[in-house]
Design a protein around this ligand. Sequence first.
Ligand code: NAP
Length: 250
Amino acid sequence: MILDKFSLKGKVAIVTGSNTGLGQGICRAYVEAGAKVAGVSRRPSDETAAMLGDNFYNVIADLGSTQVIPRVIDETVAEFGRVDILVNNAGIIKRQDSIDFSEENWDTVMNVNLKTVFFLIQAVGKQFIKQHSGGKIINIASMLSYQGGIRVPSYTASKSAIRGITMTLANEWAKYGVNVNGIAPGYMATNNTQALRQDEERSADILARIPAGRWGTPEDIEGAAVFLASAASDYVNGFTIAVDGGWLGR
Ligand code: NAP
């Protein structure tokens, strides 16, 4: 049955940034689809844990450094026995004119959005080898994986690179039954866009350009996230799917 192919029953997922926003929505969708989820967050994911009970385990880790990576894998395997799915969702953005953009704003964003993401994928790849299994890697990208943006050079660099390494890793790992894909959200109503939504003029400009005529929500991304984590996407490799209310097509 086709719907069975979307089931995540028996699967174990690691989802970073599990305390809020898109990451919290993905954790909830994966548990609804049958998976156990190890959510990684630097602050406790208490709200997510209260929603998901025993199907959720919280790894507390600051992804600004690669040093936490072995512990993320070890705690997940100790709790749930294996890893089948990794969603790299944690991400930050720093806004500053490029002419004044600081090295700190460059490094902070690149470390969380790109460096830790790559080395976490590498560690999960080694876990797949240990398990003699394939697996699913899903990288949360952005419209700025496709466009330039303004006043966000490190964010654009990181998200463009995420789309690039999604293709590189798919090229190397598709033959091992590992699917590496991305999701590029459009403008979603989360903490990440709170400042933009509070700026009435910017918010009106943005809404006028979205064909769907509304901000996206964490629920909007759940279908693509479950699809890319499931057997239904076994022949999808290296692609970053936009979930953007039509923004990129405009
Ligand atoms: P959000 O509400 O700001 O959530 C970001 C998540 O990343 C939070 O859980 C945050 O934890 C976590 N995080 C940030 N730095 C971390 C670190 N050093 N260690 C561990 N966790 C860290 O934003 P969101 O909108 O849900 O964003 C999720 C992803 O979607 C990000 O990669 C973002 O770039 C991408 N995205 C969002 C939009 C949008 O319109 N919202 C559009 C395109 C792409 P804390 O709560 O502790 O900071």
